[in-house]
Design a protein around this ligand. Structure first.
Ligand SMILES: *[C@@H]1O[C@H](CO)[C@@H](O)[C@H](O)[C@H]1NC(C)=O
Ligand SMILES: *[C@@H]1O[C@H](CO)[C@@H](O)[C@H](O)[C@H]1NC(C)=O
Length: 387
């Protein structure tokens, strides 16, 4: 698979005959449209699930798509017993397998929460990391758990408890995608970022240099005041979404839980593969207006894509933005995917070298008419206006 160095605006070329025998390539302009959309999960006690929440989407080593969500059994609370629900598509999102539950936490009072999915392309593994007892509601110890698939998402290992390696701590991975470093430094490293509980909140990354066998604690960006009760406008970096730039920098787009400085996103970078997150380069992206919610981000062919409910006060207006400058500025045009209630989102793409794979990104998000948690929707976005 060919990866580095391609730049989208240049890579998808339209050949134009200007005069006989002279062929000039003109770059197609990014002009995204929602190409097709379908609901993957619907709330309301279909089977054993009350509400599906926290959708994740990923590509697989073999070029398929996997969609995950929490299947909350009894109600829509963050605590409570849950399944991890999975659907799989082998035709670029046109059709999806029936739902399977790959993890079942039984009847726990504070069961599992998703989660971060990361693909190790070097060995062909899909890894899903989640947490249990995160809120310590009628339970004592929060654990960081991992399942993996060696066959492109068809079958899954039994859960493994990573707290033995990482120490017992409250760590909620994602929600969204982790990444495998494609560029140096630390090419091949798995990087999964998440956040702590409100008092001990902040962005924390866990790292693996051996394909998920051993994990260790990496970068931290702690809240202020750390390990203390928070008030409005305290600095409280929460749910993060990392992407890797083509120069090897990791850029993390972060939920700004208590609206420190702005009602907008926090951005922080790591230049050493997720070991540190220097605050010298932290900034607030005032263009990315946000009510404090999990967002989606992706780097594809040198372009950064970002989805969130773009509204200061409410979880509505799920919007796709894109940046030709590594997120330093955003194109004026934005695409509204859904005007109504909408909340968490996640983005992926297939990275094959086929022209088909260069044209699409895939967004999964919480979508509703009265409230954002009525359905989980999958949107296939054509990046070039359908051309
Ligand atoms: C996970 O491991 C930690 C540390 O050994 C332990 O305290 C915790 O009980 C384990 N959690 C589960 C769910 O087994
Ligand atoms: C939706 O997002 C767009 C792009 O940021 C913005 O211009 C518009 O005002 C937003 N609408 C609402 C209702 O939030």
């Amino acid at each position: 698979m060919e990866k580095g160095g391609r730049v989208a605006a240049l890579s998808l070329l339209l050949s134009a005959m200007l005069s006989p025998g002279v062929c000039v390539s003109i770059p197609l302009k990014i002009d995204p449209i929602v190409y097709e959309e379908q609901l993957l999960w619907v709330a309301g006690f279909q089977g054993e699930v009350n509400t599906y929440r926290v959708p994740l989407i990923t590509f697989t080593p073999k070029g398929n798509l996997l969609a995950f969500a929490e299947g909350r059994k009894d109600n829509d609370d963050d605590a409570g017993a849950k399944f991890i629900a999975l659907r799989r598509s082998t035709n670029k999102g046109d059709t999806w397998s029936p739902t399977t539950f790959i993890v079942d936490d039984g009847t726990q009072s504070d069961g599992l929460n998703l989660g971060s999915v990361v693909v190790d392309e070097e060995v062909g593994l899909v890894i899903l990391i989640y947490t249990t007892c995160f809120h310590q509601f009628q339970c004592q110890i929060s654990s960081i758990m991992m399942v993996e698939s060696k066959d492109d998402g068809l079958s899954w290992s039994v859960p493994r408890n990573l707290s033995a390696q990482l120490g017992v701590k409250n760590f909620a991975p994602g929600p969204g995608s982790g990444l495998q470093k494609r560029y140096s430094p630390a090419k091949g490293r798995l990087v999964v970022c998440g956040h702590g509980t409100i008092e001990g909140d902040g962005v924390f990354c866990i790292l693996s240099d051996d394909h998920g066998r051993n994990w260790y604690n990496g970068a931290e960006l702690k809240s202020i005041p750390y390990n203390q009760k928070k008030y409005n406008q305290d600095f409280n970096p929460d749910e993060p979404q990392p992407v890797e730039l083509t120069d090897g920098t990791i850029v993390i787009n972060v939920r700004n839980q208590y609206h420190y400085h702005c009602w907008c996103r926090v951005v922080v970078r790591s230049y050493d593969g997720g070991i540190t997150l220097p605050t010298d380069d932290l900034y607030f992206d005032s263009e990315l207006v946000d009510s404090a919610v999990a967002a989606g981000a992706l780097q594809k062919d040198g372009v950064i894509y970002f989805t969130n409910p773009a509204n200061m006060h409410n979880r509505v207006n799920l919007t796709l933005r894109w940046s030709m400058t590594n997120g330093n500025s955003w194109e004026k045009k934005a695409v509204q995917i859904w005007a109504g209630p909408s909340s968490y989102s996640s983005i992926t793409s297939l990275d094959g070298s086929s022209p088909e794979d260069q044209k699409y990104i895939f967004v999964i998000y919480e979508k509703g008419h009265q409230a954002p948690y009525e359905t989980i929707s999958f949107a296939k976005i054509h990046l070039y206006g359908g051309h």
